[in-house]
Design a protein around this ligand. Structure first.
Ligand code: NAD
Length: 255
C-alpha cells in the first residue's frame, strides 16, 4: 500500500492516475481547483487548492499528511495549456499564470513532499511535462518554457535526492485524445486562420505513429515508475507520444 498525492485530479489525466492508484489498493489524496468535480470523487482524500498558491499547497500537504499518514508518491500533474499566440501578442499576466501553475506549482509541491518522502525512507516523484518540453513549440511559448523547466527541475531533483532513495522522473505526453486537445485544436485553428480539421491532421503528421495518446498510456507509465520495476529509474524525461518528430511550423503547415 503506497501513500499517493496527485495534483489536479478532479478530471483529465490526473483523475485517471488517482483512480488507477486506488484500484491498485493504494491510499490516495488529490487536489484541484474545481470543487464541484472534486466532490464527485470517491475513495480519495480531497483538498480544494490552486497549486500556484504556496499557502494553498501548504494546506494541501497538511491535510494530505494527515489523511495518508505520510507520503510515498507525488504526481505533479497540474498544468494548463496557456495562451496560443505569437510571442508579441502574449500578455505578461497569461505568461505568469502558465509558469505559476506548470512550473512554480511543481516546486511548491516538491518542497513540501521531500521531507515526507525522506521520512518514509524513499519514494517516487513523477512530474508531468510534455512533448513541448522536448521541442520548441511555435505559438505556445509560455507552455513550452514551463515544460522545459519541468525537465530541468526533474533532472536536478534526481541528483539532489538520489541518495535518499527518492527517484524523480518526468513524463512527456504527446497530445492526449479528449476534450483538452479539442480545445487546443480550436484555439490553434483560430490563431492560424485554418480549420480545426487541418490542425488535427497536421498534429497527427508530427507523430511517426500518426496517433494521439490515451490517458491509459500515461497512467501505465506512472504506475510502472512508482512500482518495484521502476526502482532504478530516475532523472529521465520519458516521452509517451508515438514518437514525435518535430513541433515546427513547417511540419504543421497543411498542404
Ligand atoms: P485538464 O485541462 O484536463 O485539467 C485537469 C484538471 O486540472 C482540471 O480538473 C482542472 O480543474 C485542474 N487544474 C487546472 N489548474 C489547476 C491549478 N492551478 N491547481 C489545481 N488544479 C488545477 O488537464 P490534462 O489534459 O489532464 O493535463 C494534465 C497534465 O498533463 C498537465 O500538466 C498538462 O500540461 C499535461 N499534458 C497534457 C496533454 C494533453 O494532451 N492533455 C499533453 C501533454 C501534457
Amino acid at each position: 500500500m503506497r501513500r499517493v498525492l496527485v495534483t489536479a485530479a478532479a478530471s483529465g489525466i490526473g483523475r485517471s492516475v488517482a483512480e488507477a492508484f486506488v484500484e491498485a489498493g493504494d491510499r490516495v489524496h488529490v487536489c484541484d481547483l474545481d470543487e464541484a468535480e472534486l466532490e464527485k470523487l470517491e475513495g480519495v482524500g480531497t483538498t480544494v487548492a490552486d497549486v500556484a498558491d504556496p499557502d494553498a499547497v501548504d494546506r494541501l500537504f497538511t491535510e494530505a499528511a494527515e489523511t495518508l499518514g505520510g507520503l510515498d508518491v507525488l504526481v505533479n500533474n497540474a498544468g494548463i495549456s496557456g495562451p496560443t499566440a505569437p510571442v508579441e501578442a502574449i500578455e505578461p499576466g497569461d505568461w505568469r499564470r502558465t509558469i505559476d501553475i506548470n512550473l512554480n506549482g511543481q516546486f511548491y509541491c516538491v518542497r513540501r513532499a521531500v521531507p515526507l518522502l525522506k521520512a518514509a525512507g524513499g519514494g517516487s516523484i513523477v512530474n508531468i511535462s510534455s512533448t513541448a518540453g522536448l521541442f520548441g513549440y511555435p505559438l505556445r511559448s509560455p507552455y513550452a518554457a514551463s515544460k522545459w523547466g519541468v525537465i530541468g527541475l526533474t533532472k536536478t531533483l534526481a541528483m539532489e535526492l538520489g541518495t535518499f532513495g527518492i527517484r524523480v522522473n518526468a513524463i512527456c505526453p504527446g497530445s492526449v485524445a479528449g476534450e483538452r486537445i479539442e480545445r487546443i485544436i480550436r484555439d490553434e485553428a483560430a490563431s492560424r486562420g485554418v480549420s480545426p480539421d487541418d490542425v488535427r491532421t497536421s498534429l497527427l503528421k508530427q507523430v511517426s505513429m500518426r496517433t494521439f495518446v490515451d490517458a491509459a498510456d500515461i497512467v501505465g507509465m506512472i504506475l510502472f515508475l512508482c512500482s518495484d520495476q521502476g526502482a532504478k529509474i530516475s532523472g529521465q524525461a520519458l516521452a509517451i507520444d508515438g514518437h514525435t518528430e518535430s513541433l515546427t511550423q513547417d511540419n504543421r503547415s497543411v498542404s
